[in-house]
Each structure stands twice: as structure tokens, then as C-alpha cells.
Write a protein that binds this ligand. Structure first.
Ligand SMILES: *Cc1c(COP(=O)(O)O)cnc(C)c1O
Length: 434
């Protein structure tokens, strides 16, 4: 296994990063890109093709970030690229209706069980922000429930994670958010149905919505216990609370219809992003027609976007979803993820290290822990320093893992074969060296 150059004093990546830091806070446009959690410096990516990223210094990496899950067919897929070029040749934005919006909306409505009507926006954050406003407008209630470890983008009301008990109101995680903005956010632990029952008994008539990642992908990968999501659905219905599934990450990755299809649950509102843009910035939210008709201009809930439904993005997303529909990738992704999971567990077993590898379809993560992880509290008690060592061992040998122990790993259909085999070899070797 050859070792490759990671950014050094003389590399072009290093020079670009030093320049970027003079222009942009920490040199990055989103925090995790700075490698703060694993240490070291990011490498600058010149291009991506299939499973492989090539850095500006010419080093190649097998990619397990894949645009944080946005990429499911590998980078630079020829059909998506062609769709983008075709749309872009007619102009990039009109701020108006365009025929490119229809097929993507049709594909989403057809695929996602809960979505009768959908509105496009520009990011996952916009989707969850609009969904929360819509739920408040529809129910006439103010409070919302979220879960520790679920990430819904960076809107004020949902940047809340730490709470000291099941019924404490959250404190903001970020400076610059007035406590009052998060006061209406009730924070609970995921996978604990009694906590929900208690909260709904105490505040049921004031709660507009419960929002969650049905399977968590932003605190490592955490799966729902059997029956948990079904119980949530039933309790929401009993209390007139809207159930919002944030399927920004899981939508079109876990199944064509997302986790809701797999688990047979119909949420009231669903948020999407990532895969449905085919790699371009996008967001969307949808649900029952009766709820969606509350949106402006017909309804009283305001929501808008200069670039919403952008023709180039719509063409890109349509091409990606058509590829998925023509040849569903889920069985292959499941098989590949299991191959990777087995390799990791076998290596850890040989080494005598306690490792958990929660996995579902095209997503997994590694928790160095004796016991399975069911929620945020358990996740933060796992041994992240071992992950950080594994990250650097892998990076030096051309395997790029997400630069934090608490991010999910994503596979694409392009990883099938040589790329995945090599990654399994490198990661097994890495665990041996921990
Ligand atoms: C990525 C993500 C978001 C935020 O999307 P942005 O496009 O980064 O604003 C929201 N929810 C979930 C579950 C995500 O994974």
C-alpha cells in the first residue's frame, strides 16, 4: 500500500489554504471542511470522477464523503453532466417558472409516499426552516420538538442540541441566537418513546411539530429502534402535532421513497435536499396538499426564493433521480456497505478493539465503543481519538473518510469493485495499526 503526499509546506493545497485564510474565516465555507476535529489541513480538490477525487497536487483519494451524501452515482456522471450543460446552454436563471421544474417535482411526488405537493428551495436549511414555519402556520401553535444529535441545518430555532433532562428547553448552540428564538424548541433524546409521551402530556396542545432525521446521519449513523418511528407517528396524530421527517440525507439514499417508505410511515411534511440536486445546491419540502396550500401566494405562510427551481439545478436533479429510477442502486449499495462493514469489524476483532458499525443501505459510521449507540449521549461517550488516527492513516494511503467521527460515510455505485476493495484493505490495515 503506497503512501501519498498529504498537504505539506510546499504543496499547492497548502498554498491555497493559506491564501483562503486571508479571504475567508478559517479558509472554509462550512466548518467541518477545516479538519478541526481530526487535525491537520484540508486538501484542495481539483476534480472528482466516479469514486475518485484528485487533489490540486495530483494525489488521488477514494471518496467516502461524496458531497455529504449528495452524490450517489459517483462524481461527474456523464448523464448528469450532459443534463447540466444542456440546461445551462439556455441561460442559468430566470426567477420564474420554467419547464425544467415539472419533471423533478413529478419524480419526487411519485417516489415519496407523504408528498402530494412539493416546493423547491435552495438548501436543506431552507427546507427545514420553511417546514417549521409551515407547521406553525398550519397548526397555529409555536413549540417544536427536536432531538439531540439531529442536525437540520443552521436555522436559529434548530441549532439546539444540549439539554440536561428530557423536559428542559434548549439553549442555543451558537453565539448570535437570542435565547428567546430557541425557547420554543423542546429538546429530547432520540429513540426514547417515553420522553415523547411525557413531553406531549405536558405541552401537547402547544406543540406544532416534531422534527427528526428518521435515521440519524449527523451524529454518526444512528438507526431507529424497531417500533420507535411508528409510535412517534401515532402520538403525533393523537395530539394534533405535525410529524416532519428531515430526509435531506436519507431521501433517495435509503430507498426511492426514503426511510418513510422503508418503515411504512407517512409523515405530514418531508424535507429533501442533497441527492435531489444531483450535486447542485437544492432543497425541497412537501407534504399533504392541505398543508402545502397554506404557502404563499394562496396561503398565509410566506416562503420564497430568487433561485428556487433554478433550471440548471432542476435538470441536474432530474437526471440523478431518473438514473435511480431506471436502475435502483439500493441492493448494490447495501451489499457494498456490508462488505466494508465486515472488513472493519473483522479487523477490529483481530485487534481486540471494540467497534460498532451501524449501517443501512448506502450509509455507515464507526463508533469505537463496547456497546451499540442509540442516541447522542451514547455517541459522545465513544472513543473519537481512534477514529482520528484511522482517518489520517487512511488519508495518507488515498482513502478520504469524513473528517469527523460524527459524520456518516457514504458510498456510491461507482465504488463497486476495485475502489471498494482497496478501501477495505487500507482501512483493515489502519485498524491493525491503531
Ligand atoms: C445536510 C443536512 C441539512 C442541511 O442542508 P444544507 O443544504 O447544508 O443547508 C439538513 N438536514 C439534514 C438531515 C442534513 O443532512
Amino acid at each position: 500500500m503506497q503512501t501519498i503526499d498529504t498537504p505539506t509546506q510546499t504543496s499547492l493545497s497548502h498554498k491555497l489554504y493559506e491564501k483562503a485564510k486571508t479571504l475567508t474565516p478559517s479558509g472554509v465555507h462550512s466548518p467541518v471542511w477545516a479538519f478541526q476535529s481530526v487535525g491537520g489541513h484540508p486538501f484542495y480538490i481539483e476534480r472528482g470522477d466516479g469514486a475518485i477525487l484528485t487533489s490540486v497536487d495530483g494525489d488521488q483519494y477514494i471518496d467516502f464523503v461524496n458531497g455529504w451524501g449528495a452524490i450517489i452515482h459517483g462524481h461527474n456522471h456523464p448523464k448528469i453532466r450532459a443534463a447540466v450543460h444542456e440546461a445551462s446552454s439556455k441561460g442559468n436563471t430566470f426567477g420564474a417558472v420554467s419547464p425544467y421544474q415539472i419533471p423533478l417535482c413529478e419524480l419526487v411526488v411519485e417516489a415519496v409516499p407523504s408528498i402530494e405537493k412539493v416546493r423547491m428551495c435552495n438548501s436543506g436549511t431552507e427546507a427545514t426552516m420553511s417546514a417549521i414555519r409551515l407547521a406553525r402556520g398550519f397548526t397555529g401553535r409555536n413549540k417544536i420538538i427536536k432531538f439531540s444529535g439531529c442536525y437540520h441545518g443552521h436555522l436559529d430555532a434548530l441549532l439546539v442540541k444540549a439539554g440536561s433532562g428530557p423536559l428542559t428547553f434548549g439553549n442555543p448552540d451558537s453565539a448570535g441566537i437570542p435565547p428567546a428564538f430557541a425557547n420554543e424548541t423542546l429538546l429530547l433524546e432520540y429513540n426514547d418513546i417515553d420522553a415523547i409521551k411525557g413531553a406531549l402530556q405536558a405541552y401537547g396542545s402547544e406543540i406544532a411539530a416534531i422534527i427528526l432525521e428518521p435515521y440519524i446521519g449527523n451524529c454518526g449513523h444512528i438507526l431507529a429502534k424497531p417500533g420507535y418511528l411508528q409510535a412517534l407517528r401515532q402520538l403525533c396524530t393523537e395530539h394534533g402535532v405535525l410529524l416532519i421527517f428531515d430526509e435531506v440525507m436519507t431521501g433517495f439514499r435509503q430507498a426511492l421513497g426514503g426511510v418513510q417508505e422503508k418503515e411504512g410511515i407517512t409523515p405530514d411534511i418531508t424535507c429533501l435536499s442533497k441527492i435531489i440536486g444531483g450535486g447542485l445546491p437544492v432543497g425541497a419540502f412537501g407534504g399533504r396538499a392541505e398543508i402545502m396550500e397554506m404557502l404563499s401566494p394562496a396561503g398565509p405562510v410566506y416562503q420564497a426564493g430568487t433561485n428556487s427551481g433554478n433550471p440548471v439545478t432542476m435538470a441536474s436533479g432530474t437526471a440523478a433521480l431518473q438514473l435511480i429510477k431506471e436502475e435502483p442502486p439500493y441492493a448494490l449499495l447495501e451489499q457494498m456497505c456490508q462488505q466494508l462493514r465486515s472488513a472493519l469489524l473483522e479487523a477490529a476483532n483481530k485487534k481486540g478493539l471494540a467497534l460498532q458499525v451501524p449501517q443501512s443501505v448506502g450509509m455507515l459510521s464507526c463508533f469505537f465503543s463496547e456497546t451499540p449507540v442509540h442516541n447522542y449521549n451514547e455517541a459522545i461517550q465513544t472513543e473519537t481519538s481512534l477514529f482520528n488516527k484511522l482517518f489520517h492513516f487512511a488519508l495518507e494511503r488515498g482513502v478520504y473518510l469524513p473528517p469527523s467521527a460524527f459524520e456518516a460515510w457514504f458510498l456510491t455505485t461507482a465504488h463497486h469493485g476495485a475502489a471498494l476493495d482497496k478501501a477495505c484493505e487500507v482501512l483493515s490495515e489502519g485498524i491493525k495499526h491503531l
